[in-house]
Ligand binder design. Sequence first.
Ligand SMILES: *Cc1c(COP(=O)(O)O)cnc(C)c1O
Length: 460
Amino acid sequence: MTNKNQAIPYKIFLTEDELPKHWFDLRPDMKNKPAPMLHPGTHQPCTAQDLQPVFCDGVISQELNTTESFIEIPEEVRNFYKMYRPSPLVRAYCLEKALGTPAKIYYKFEGTNTSGSHKLNSAIAQVYYAKEQGITSLTTETGAGQWGTALSMACAYLGVDLKVYMVKVSSQQKPYRKAVMETYGAQVIPSPSDTTAVGRKILEAMPDTGGSLGCAISEAIEVATTTPNCRYVLGSVLNHVLLHQSVIGLETEAAMAKYDIHPDVIIGCAGGGSNLGGLIAPFMAKKLRGEENIRFIAVEPASCPSFSRGRFAYDFGDTGQTTPLIKMYTLGSGFIPAPNHAGGLRFHGMNSVLSQLYHDGFLEAKAYPQNEIFEAARQFARCEGILPAPESSHAIKAAIDEAMACKERGEEKTILFGLTGTGYFDMAAYMAFNDGTLSDYIPTDEELAKGFATLPPVKE
Ligand SMILES: *Cc1c(COP(=O)(O)O)cnc(C)c1O
């Protein structure tokens, strides 16, 4: 049923019957498929067998899928989704008014659950497949903490044990994040730690290190591969994570269809690409089939510009250079964003599907320095009420810029962006911004060259 002639409400919801029953994979619609993941030793395409020591079987078949467009969401996962979904699709009337723009702005808000972000959509699916296979414990890493929190919630719900390796500085700076995870029953270990061989080796060499995401990943993978009935799970970058996040785009598509709304521009922030990939999936399919001409924009920090200044090459997913090789836009696995960077989205690479789409001109990219991001966050908080995560604020900034361009040209375009989460645990960054002590840092070409020098030599 479409309500063409009705006024569009502030929030568009879906009934339980209208919730998606399948996830959507974009790969079957792509003429140029993303290049296959390669085994780091042999440089041959990864097989399911190669991935089995690390990942759960259910997600491996999803990771390697290129032919099935629709994959059923298991009933138990759908029931969990019902507790916090559908997420609202909001018409940003107040922001439109504040900007004085003729553009119509919509955002899909994923911050209504306790983890405060979209990451729960994939966490619950990944824990479900682990449990189905008889896996009794999981390991992962977390930096800012959203992924660790989401996974703790999912593990508590399904009764699976969880060890979270949390970057040491982050666990010191965000003690409340750690407390939330522990409340849900997860064991949170500041990384590097003495619980793994790789952690002990790093501690011996650098006893005072605050840790890094790359190091936490290496610790989590070591535990997963040396503990019986244990696997490792990842919250972004990989294609099965994008698949689970397609629930965001499918709900948006269904809600928009109810009021016959057609977005002209779709915007998302991009760290490893999971929320952006999930939001745009069904809309990008229409563009690839030539049914709709929509612009898609990925927004990233100027201090970690994987798309806008990266190389399209095979690279490792971790600093320790142990993961399979992924063909993606990357700054090199040795790239580390400047220490003053507070805005999240720090990963050096980008999901392979999005990388291929960017390479083929279907997706645009924009990069902003962090003070502009926090200005947009503040403006949004003051008129729309929600305190956004710094990551999400990249999408807000680009949406505001698009809306202002519409104002200049007198265009009534429809803009949709993904508001991935809330920023309650990012108040140290907000405090620095409020005090005027947040600084911008844009890496020079020479600095980026150091990251590119860590790219592995791969013959294609
Ligand atoms: C993790 C996270 C992101 C970035 O991850 P993607 O995989 O690129 O979506 C963005 N926003 C929030 C709130 C996050 O927690």
